[in-house]
Ligand binder design. Structure first.
Ligand SMILES: Cc1ncc(COP(=O)(O)O)c(C=O)c1O
Length: 374
């Protein structure tokens, strides 16, 4: 049996007629930038997140960059995040001229460890660094543990900016959604995300009207009105055709997330008590949306290779923690600085996860994993 890591074809085949109709309407109306589909998607996505404002932008990276600028993060400010995220989180920090600092993750949840965050803040402050913000990343579709993170942020007067690029719809402690807990949250609609465009896309979600206004200007060359540039901005708008497609897909996001959860629960039950396989479980504080289903195994590279031979596609999120990447050599970190993230990077393995996975496929993947670790 062949089990793909991701199936981007099935949902598009199913929604093809509806998508083509909306793309056709957009072509006939020649509304390519802005317009009803963009504003419609923004209000529908804001409602989905439970937040008053959503601003559609060109990518998750733009969303992060615009959120940092709108939050007032300046050159010389220090922004703390985790080393086990996608590099976009930290690229956006550097691109606003701020300094990146890492803090280690929690052994069990793989999310930002609030205790270590507190220690990191104190250490940086002792070095007279200007710590301004913390970016929890809701990794794998699980929520980061936000209550203690907010407490630390309050104590040290730090801004909290959520990277919810992997967690559309995840719920924290039965209340708010990932990305809508802090004043500002950022999402990606990269095609493989739980809500993915047929191209690039992203959104900033905020409860703050001023931030909403600033991000709207930033994505559109700093314009408050046509050719009235209050600030310098960027070309960071979401295409109207992508917005039309995202509106169609958003209607299915709840059902798709539920299917991911159901698939994850079946995997969980099949791995229960299996020696040599540790599941990165849903944390107690999170109702997760399983952007990824991650396990940990010893001798991971061999297991991954053997699974490939059995037709099971897998991936690594992420094989090298950011502090050890060539791009960040200049930050002065070394191996051993974030031992938890480093160990996790050696053991993690992301298994096939998408809404359309069948029970037969999941059982085959689980059986294959068991054989490979035996
Ligand atoms: C955690 C995280 N942050 C940021 C991004 C960046 O999003 P995009 O690829 O839409 O720029 C991604 C997506 O790849 C991500 O997974």
């Amino acid at each position: 049996m062949q089990v793909p890591f991701l199936d981007l074809k099935s949902p598009h085949i199913r929604l093809k007629d509806e998508i083509l109709k909306h793309v056709g309407d957009a072509l006939s109306g020649a509304q390519f930038i802005g317009g009803e589909n963009v504003s419609g998607f923004e209000s529908e996505f804001a409602a989905f997140c439970g937040s008053p404002h959503a601003i559609a932008v060109n990518s998750g990276t733009d969303a992060l960059r615009f959120a940092f600028i709108a939050a007032g993060i300046k050159p010389g400010d220090v922004v703390i995040t985790v080393p086990n995220t996608f590099i976009a989180t930290t690229e956006a920090v550097s691109q606003v001229g701020a300094e990146i600092a890492f803090t280690d993750t929690d052994e069990k949840s793989h999310q930002m460890d609030p205790v270590r965050l507190g220690e990191t803040v104190l250490k940086l402050k002792k070095q007279n660094r200007r710590v301004r913000a913390v970016v929890p990343v809701h990794l794998f579709g699980h929520c980061a543990d936000m209550d203690p993170i907010f407490e630390i942020a309050k104590k040290h007067d730090l801004l909290v900016i959520e990277d919810a690029c992997q967690a559309h719809g995840a719920v924290y402690k039965g209340g708010k959604k990932a990305g809508a807990m802090a004043t500002v949250g950022c999402y990606s609609f990269y095609p493989g995300k739980n809500l993915g465009a047929c191209g690039e896309g992203g959104a900033v979600v905020t409860s703050d009207a001023d931030m909403d206004r600033t991000v709207r200007m930033l994505r559109d060359h700093g314009q408050s009105k046509k050719y009235i540039h209050e600030i310098e901005g960027y070309n960071g708008r979401l295409d109207a055709i992508q917005a039309a497609i995202l509106r169609i897909k958003l209607k299915h996001l709840g059902e798709w997330n539920a299917a991911r959860r159901k698939n994850a629960k079946l995997y969980d039950s099949l791995f229960e008590g299996v020696r040599g396989v540790t599941v990165v479980n849903e944390p107690s504080w999170s109702t997760s949306v399983y952007h990824l289903y991650v396990i940990k195994v010893a001798d991971r590279d061999t297991v991954q290779k053997k699974l490939g031979d059995k037709g099971v596609a897998t991936a690594l999120h992420y094989p090298i923690p950011l502090h050890l990447q060539e791009a960040y050599k200049g930050l002065g970190y070394k191996k051993g600085d974030f031992p938890v993230s480093e160990k996790q990077a050696e053991e993690i393995l992301s298994l096939p996860m998408f809404p359309e996975l069948t029970e037969e496929q999941i059982r085959y993947v689980a059986d294959s994993v068991k054989e490979c670790v035996a």
